[in-house]
Every structure is written in C-alpha cells, then in structure tokens.
Write a protein that binds this ligand. Sequence first.
Ligand code: ADP
Length: 341
Amino acid sequence: MSSKEDNVRVVVRCRPLLPDLESNEEIIAKIRNDGQTLQLTNRQFTFDRVFGAESTENDVYTKAAKHIVDCVLQGYNGTIFAYGQTGTGKTHTASGIMQHSFEHIFDHISRSKNNQKFLVRASYYEIYNEEIRDLLAGNKKTNNGKKNERGNKTLELKENSDGKIVIKDLSNFIVNNVNDLKKLKESGDKHRQFGSTKMNQRSSRSHTIFTITIETEIGADNPDTSVVRVGKFHLIDLAGSERQTKTGTTGIRLKEAAKINLSLTSLSLVIAALTDPKATFVPYRNSKLTRILSDSLGGNSKTLLIACVGPAKVNLEETISTLRFASTTKNIKNKPIINED
Ligand code: ADP
C-alpha cells in the first residue's frame, strides 16, 4: 500500500438489464474469467476489478469500498466516486455503500478498546452548476449549535490559514449511531428533491457529496499523552457523464453541460496526475469539486473510482466513453482491439 498507483483503485460495475425498460435489448458487456476485464464486442478494458450483473451491494462493499473505510478509520482521507452515464446505477451503488459504511464505522467503534474515544461528524451537500448547496441546511442542530437556513443559498469556499480549503457555513452534525447517519442521509435526499422542480433531470446534473469525519483519540485514559487521528470519508455520486450536447443543448442546459464537463475533466486530470509518477503538478484549482477535495486526493489519501455501466448494446458508445474515462484516470493502457470481427 505504498506506491502512488496503489492509492487509487478503479473498478467497474455493470448492472443487469432493467426488466421493464430493457427486456428486448442485446447484452454486449461480458466479464472475462479474470474478474478484471470487461469485453465489449471487439474491445476489452482491464481494471482492478469488474463487478457484474449478479454482484450484490455486499460484494461491492467488501471487495472494493470497505478498504477505503478501513483506511479512514486508521486516520487517512478516503474518497469513493460513482461515475457514469445517468441510469447506470451510480445512486444505487452509492446508497449501498453508504448503508454498509455506516454499519462498518459504528461496528468498529463498538469493538474498539476502552481507551479509544471517537467523534463522528457528517455533512451532505451538492455542487450544481459550480455552486455549492447545503443539503442539511434547516436541520435542527449543527455542531456549532447554529441552525443554517433552509433554502437555495449557495456556499462559498474559503482558504484557511493552513492553506486548507473549507466550505464556509456548511452544516456539520455529530452522529452517535447508524440511525443518526441514516436520518441525515434521508433528510438530505428530501432537501435535494425539495429544491428542485424537475428532480430527475436536476439530480443527474449535480454532484452530491456525503462526508463523514472520524476523530479517534488513542490512549484517551491519559489526556497528557493521548493522540488524536482524523480521517475523512467522502462518498460522491457524480453528475451523469453523458454527452449533453448531442440533443441540441442550448441556454441553461448548455451552461450546465459545460460545467459538468469542466468538473469531470478536472477530476480526471487530477487523479491522472496523482497516479503518474512523472507528474509534477496537480491541477486542483480548476473546479469546485477538485478544490474541495484537494486534501483528500493525493498524498496518502485513498481513492476509489467506481465506473458504472449498463450492459445493453444501445448504450455502447456511452459505455466505451465511461470505460475510457476510467482507464485515463489510472493511466491504464488498454489494448484497444482484440479482433476485428
Ligand atoms: P444513476 O444514479 O446512474 O442515474 P440509478 O442508481 O438511479 O442510476 O439506477 C438506474 C436504475 O437501475 C434504477 O431503477 C436502479 O434501481 C437500477 N439499478 C442500478 N443498478 C442496479 C443493480 N446493480 N441491480 C439492479 N438494479 C439496478
């Protein structure tokens, strides 16, 4: 777990055909026996792991996501991204991981030694059109006792004296059990709907970020010698990666599309720079998302990108584009064509 590449893992999840919508579609995505290669007609792409249609939420958690949460519990920062075209299972996958991670964190706490003390806090927000909105604003008590106004107020970024980027006035809740976390998630999800007239369209155009910060005081029975370690876990359901321009996008939609492209491209460039041993510069400043994550991507931080795809032929073009993005992200060189027929 020391090389730069080891800190970034890229997996693919290919969901099943959707029974009502895709029952007549032809399946063109096949997983090879190595469990790492996805084959599409005459192309193949290899990643750290590929999860197929039969994979459960528990599989994805234990074989890919759990490692990140374990590292966060050890005091590292860890980030999981769900990337892909709208409808490929990003929210489904992110929700499963959230549920499992909540249980994992509090299970760890309940099994810990007596001389360890924990403080767990959570925030939930979205970035839409490069604007940050607090999804927990209006909830009763934040960490500092303030109640943030519910509404469409956008939040600004601020650089602290130590150079760290923080979101000014973001609600931050202390949580004491799995149920507290579940309630925050549900409340934020409602707020997301509440703030939007066309929920489906809107949600596919925003990035949502659920952040859990875990402080562990080790040797808490002696405050003079105890040490505190802090790990931050970000679970990010990214905006749909589909090329929005192909349906004659104009006006607001075009602006949205440009912002989504900007932030997804910035993300890819940042992660690619982090995994390239020759890279000397990491372009964090290009988007809000990468600025916010600048202390959680790179260094000793752990990153997992889950590229979500559907298996149907009708999505072939977008699926290839998602797999290319995921490959670029880890500088993975794939053989483009294995045969011509
Ligand atoms: P996205 O967030 O990428 O737009 P969703 O998570 O909303 O996609 O998934 C689209 C649809 O596919 C939903 O109806 C969801 O329940 C279903 N789905 C996604 N992934 C799976 C899966 N692994 N198994 C079964 N159904 C899935």
